[in-house]
Design a protein around this ligand. Structure first.
Ligand code: UD1
Length: 419
């Protein structure tokens, strides 16, 4: 049996959505908890499978983990330095153990990381940085081993502002001897959340949110409690659904100060974002203008919003474009959108989306997390019924998506059907 979403499109969306902590902040923050023996609590964690898998990884390494109403407390140092292969292959974020375990235990062995298939996703920036700090790396067909008696500070020029490499190298540097500077670092708000946690643990870090992050190593770190930035991709996905269906939704807890690039392509003659007394309300009459969007590292439009926003472009009046610059293979959803009647041509890394055709329900197959979210958005706006499989990918990053959208009035159910 497999799980599918059965979606009948066309309902306007009304109500409130509580936006929880960002998956992409929670995962490295949980990895950072291994840098101290003292308890570290990450608050407001979403109930998604990527977080559950990370908890399994931490337990498998020997940490005690207590999950209580979204607050996850991790205690104890790792006994193992090898991520069990079944977990490493299922979840790309076990890659965060590169920095945390090399710093804490002097060694880590990582089987080739799994996760979404959206491009080659090499680890060269992570490993080059670790080598600059004195680590040695060995590869074989199964993965990579990274080890160091002692890490030392270094000036590391990053050839691309990789989010994961920035996080790994910050974690590696917090206990290294001397000062590390990451030059050309990624600036994502989720990295700022990680740094805030590490600073509460006693780390000496400055420059997060800018292209140069400076870390001066300290001997020991303490326990701490911290809250991640709210999930701007979940908030943006809800906005995308409201944009295609029409309606009015309050995004409780969303932080518009980190969502400029997510919000701006939505704004036009038919959509409004009202911020009033700390409340953010997104409103749309279901009509959309054509837009030209290009993904890029923060503060540019996030690649994780590319598929949900392309679903909107399928409903917009006229020709839109979507240029994907971050991952080279992140257009798997286009073949599925075409089944719904979308007219999309791809030239190189740009999709030309002609929104003039009506979209209708279809049998759809999600192949990755954000592509799956985009297909759900497209189905919510389409005429007739869609059956969307590959729900397990969506569950990696969205907490019960069917409950979220049905609470807003959408017709969406989760069903088990034969494979
Ligand atoms: C993180 C996010 C993911 C998001 C992505 C870009 C998490 C858990 N995941 O992924 O949701 O889509 O940022 O915002 O936070 N690259 C290299 N060499 C490296 C590392 C990366 O060439 O050593 C390339 C990748 O192949 C990709 C680009 O850099 O083309 C961006 O990757 P990166 O920023 O590292 O993304 P992730 O950290 O994997």
């Amino acid at each position: 049996m497999k799980e599918v979403f059965r979606i009948t499109g066309g309902e306007a969306l009304e109500g409130r959505v509580e936006v929880r902590g960002a998956k992409n902040a929670v995962l490295p923050m949980l990895a950072a908890s291994l840098l101290t023996e003292e308890p570290v609590t990450v608050c407001d964690c979403p109930d998604i499978t990527d977080v559950a898998d990370m908890v399994e990884v931490l337990r498998a390494l020997g940490a005690e983990v207590v999950c209580e109403r979204g607050n996850i407390t991790v205690k104890g140092v790792p006994r193992l330095t090898e991520i069990p292969p079944h977990l490493a292959c299922a979840m790309r974020s076990s890659v965060f153990m590169l920095g945390a375990l090399t710093a804490q235990c002097g060694e880590v062995r990582l089987f080739t990381p799994g996760g979404c298939r959206i491009g080659a996703r090499p680890l060269d920036i992570h490993l080059d940085g670790l080598e600059r700090m004195g680590a040695k790396t060995e590869y074989d067909e199964n993965g990579v081993r990274c080890f160091a008696d002692k890490l030392h500070g270094a000036d590391i020029i990053m050839r691309y502002p990789s989010v994961g490499a920035t996080e790994n190298l910050v974690m590696a540097a917090v206990k290294a001897e001397g000062r590390t500077r990451l030059i050309g670092a990624a600036r994502e708000p989720e990295i700022v959340s990680l740094v805030r946690l590490l600073r509460r643990m006693g780390a000496d870090i400055s420059g997060e949110g800018t292209p140069v992050i400076s870390v001066t190593g300290v001997k020991e770190l303490d326990g701490a409690v911290a809250r991640p930035v709210p999930d701007r991709i979940v908030a943006g996905t809800v906005m995308a659904a409201v944009a295609v269906c029409g309606g009015r939704v309050e995004l409780v807890g969303a932080d518009p100060s980190v969502m400029g690039a997510v919000i701006s392509p939505f704004l036009g003659a038919h959509t409004f974002l009202v911020e009033h007394g700390g409340r953010i309300v997104f409103e749309s009459d279901g009509m959309l203008d054509a837009t030209d969007v290009r993904t890029g590292p923060y503060p540019l439009f996030p690649t994780d919003m590319q598929a949900p926003f392309m679903a909107c472009q399928c409903y917009a009046a006229g020709m839109s474009t979507m240029c994907e610059t971050v991952f080279e293979d992140r257009f798997a959803h286009i073949a599925q959108l075409r089944k719904m009647g979308a007219r999309i041509a791809v030239v190189g890394s740009t999709a030309f989306v002609d929104g003039s055709e009506g979209m209708r329900g279809a049998r759809l197959e999600a192949a990755d997390l954000r592509g799956g979210a985009g297909l759900a958005v497209a189905a919510l706006g389409a005429e007739g019924e869609s059956v969307l499989s590959g729900v397990r990918f969506i569950d990696r990053g969205y907490e019960s998506m069917e409950k979220l959208f049905s609470s807003l009035g959408a017709k969406i159910t989760r069903e088990r059907v034969p494979e």
